[in-house]
Each structure stands twice: as C-alpha cells, then as structure tokens.
Design a protein around this ligand. Structure first.
Ligand code: FE2
Length: 131
C-alpha cells in the first residue's frame, strides 16, 4: 500500500512542466495583503487537451511553528476542449492559473499542489516573511 505522501512529486519548476509555480512577495508588512499567483507550465508549457491537462491547483499556508496547514484556495480547471462534437473541438480550454490574496501576521510557507489528469500530484513551496 502506498501513502499519499509517497506519491507527491517535486522538482525544479524550470525543468519539470508539472510543478506549480508560486509567485508572491518574499516579504510583506504585518497587515498588508499577500498576493499569490500560482500557475503550471510557466517555463515549459504543459499540454492542454481533453486527454491531458491540469485539473486543479490547491493552495495552502503553513504558519511558522504550526502543525497543520490552512487551505487558502482551490482552483478547478473544468474546460479542456470537450464538446458534443468530441474531444478537443470546443475551442474552450482553461489555463492552469489562479490568484489568491492572504492576510496573516505570521511568517510561513505557501504550499501549492497541482494535479495532472495522467501524471499525478506535484508540489512546490515558497517561504514568506511577515515583518
Ligand atoms: Fe501531465
């Protein structure tokens, strides 16, 4: 039996197209909002077809010193070219990108988890400091 944690893949997002890319300030002032942009395929585009696409990205925040992360947002990408005419015929394709805003008085780690419908689960993380 496999644990889910053993199935979560990580890599450098510049070399691996599935890894979610987290773009956010390294440091914010206490009370200021943190804008987090997350995407898949920033350096190397991921396919976006009915057969092969990014289905979702989840964002979490783990405050420093805490045990449990908080879920910030869940982006579901539901249109991938399917229509009554068949696969890849609708011309409607969701891009795997999302933006969330966070306010926190604690430093911590933003964690992103992406899911490709055929290549599984991928994770990345970024430290954010509150000063
Ligand atoms: Fe994939």
């Amino acid at each position: 039996m496999s644990d889910l944690k053993d199935l979560i893949q990580t890599a450098d997002w510049k070399a691996e197209k599935h890894v979610p890319v987290i773009e956010a300030q390294d440091q914010i002032k206490n009370g200021d909002p943190l804008t987090i942009q997350v995407s898949v395929g920033k350096q190397i585009a991921h396919p976006n077809t009915t057969e092969h696409h990014i289905r979702s990205i989840d964002l979490y925040f783990l405050p420093a010193g805490e045990k449990f992360p908080y879920q910030l947002a869940r982006f579901e990408f539901c249109a991938h070219g399917e229509s009554i005419q068949g696969p890849n015929t609708s011309t409607v394709f969701c891009e795997p990108k999302g933006t969330a805003m966070l306010k926190t008085s604690k430093s911590g780690t933003v964690i992103a988890v992406s899911y490709c419908n055929i290549h599984g689960i991928w994770q990345s993380a970024k430290q954010v400091q509150v000063v």
